[in-house]
Design a protein around this ligand. Sequence first.
Ligand SMILES: [Cu+2]
Length: 141
Amino acid sequence: MKKLNTILIFLFLSSAVAFLAACGGGEPPAPAKPDPVTITFAGTDDFAWDPGTVTVQSGQEVNVVLDNQGALEHNWILASKTVEVATASDADALYGANVGYVQGGETGELTFVAPGPGEYQYICTVAGHAAGGMVGTLIVE
Ligand SMILES: [Cu+2]
């Protein structure tokens, strides 16, 4: 019986050492979450976005400010790269990222978490605006 106890203690200590060796020290820390970012998109009646291309980090909290510098109303949605801009609508907004219609001279805001890496587009869904050029590229790294 004493021999059995000795074997059991040995097995316990062996597995404890193996466990500690597997967990000890060598693992890299979890990657730091990127800081939130605020991006102001100036929308004008020339049907252009300024900036026309932006880059963010996957998982980053992105605060979008739509600064309507025109007289017409404008909107800003995040959409898949495959959405046909000429027929894009609010239903194409990903992750609820739809600022909503903003009147001339006013601003609108929304916050979303940047999705997985890839290219997306941001579109004004007011009829004819995206077709007129009111579409930009969001790159997620
Ligand atoms: Cu517009």
